[in-house]
Every structure is written in structure tokens, then in C-alpha cells.
Write a protein of this length. Structure first.
Length: 161
């Protein structure tokens, strides 16, 4: 079976994605696909949570199983759906507690010759991920080193002076 999940971000209502995910694929498979689709830096820490009807975080999943969390690569999307966990929070910016809301929309039959996961629909630009292209890190450097001139430290490739 194929689960269609809607991904949204409350701070950016124009952004929406729908993903079709094979029920046998893991949270880790889904995580990697979303990171790639949104052009995010996969080296950043992330968390998944099952969520209540009011979007309160419940069961927690991580990449490394730290602090008693369950491992993302040991939990299939189908097992979550069968356990009636139809809502997830996908925390893509752990430092600032920013999360996507992930909600099961429907269950589908797999289409012939289709690879999963896949993007079923998309609208809007994704929110900025802290890390790769954030101005926060460059501004910290700029504040700490306002007069730094890299050319002073470069070496001449010419002969002796």
C-alpha cells in the first residue's frame, strides 16, 4: 500500500507538499527523500514525533536513538498508520524547534512502474533550513571578524620577492 502524506508549515501557509510513500519504507527513507526534495542539508539533526489530534508531540524518533528515542530506520510508515498515528511532526530545525506538520491524507494502491517515495503535488517555496544557506551563520562571522581581509593571508604563487 501507498500512504499519501501532506507536509505543511504553519509559518508559511503557501508551502505544501504531498508525498506518496510505500508503507514498507521507513521514517528514515521518508526523511532522506524530504531532505533531498527540499534541498536541505542532511547533516543537520532532525526528529520525528507522532502527534495527537491537537498536534502535541508524543512518541519520538531520531537518527541515532539518543535519550531513549526510537530509531527512524526501524519504524515503517505502514506500522505508524496501522497504529493509528496519522499525524507526525517532522522537526527539521532542532535548534529553533521548527517542524513540518505531516498528515496522512489517504491510502492508495501502488501504481505500476512508479518509484516511491515520490512527490505527488507541490506548491510554494519551502522554509529556509538553518545550516546550509542561512544568513545567521554568515552574520555571526561578520560580527566577529568585521575587518578580516583574507588577501592579507594569501600566499603569492609567483617566485621570490
Amino acid at each position: 500500500m501507498i500512504a499519501r502524506f501532506k507536509l505543511s508549515f504553519p509559518e508559511k501557509p503557501e508551502f505544501k507538499r504531498e508525498y506518496d510513500v510505500d508503507a514498507e519504507q521507513t521514517l528514515y527513507d521518508f526523511h532522506r527523500f524530504v531532505q533531498n526534495d527540499l534541498d536541505y542539508d542532511e547533516s543537520q539533526p532532525v526528529l520525528f514525533f507522532t502527534a495527537s489530534e491537537q498536534w502535541s508531540a508524543e512518541r519520538r524518533f531520531s537518527l541515532l536513538g539518543i535519550d531513549g528515542t526510537e530509531l527512524m530506520d526501524e519504524v515503517t510508515m505502514g506500522s505508524l498508520v496501522r497504529a493509528h498515528h496519522h499525524r507526525l511532526l517532522y522537526t527539521f530545525d532542532v535548534i529553533h524547534h521548527r517542524s513540518f506538520m505531516v498528515e496522512l491524507r489517504e491510502m492508495l494502491e501502488p501504481a505500476a512502474r512508479t518509484r516511491y517515495p515520490r512527490v505527488a503535488s507541490e506548491s510554494g517555496d519551502p522554509p529556509m533550513q538553518i545550516g546550509r544557506s542561512s544568513s545567521i551563520f554568515s552574520s555571526i562571522f561578520d560580527q566577529a571578524m568585521p575587518d578580516f581581509d583574507a588577501s592579507v593571508y594569501s600566499t603569492s604563487s609567483g617566485g621570490d620577492e
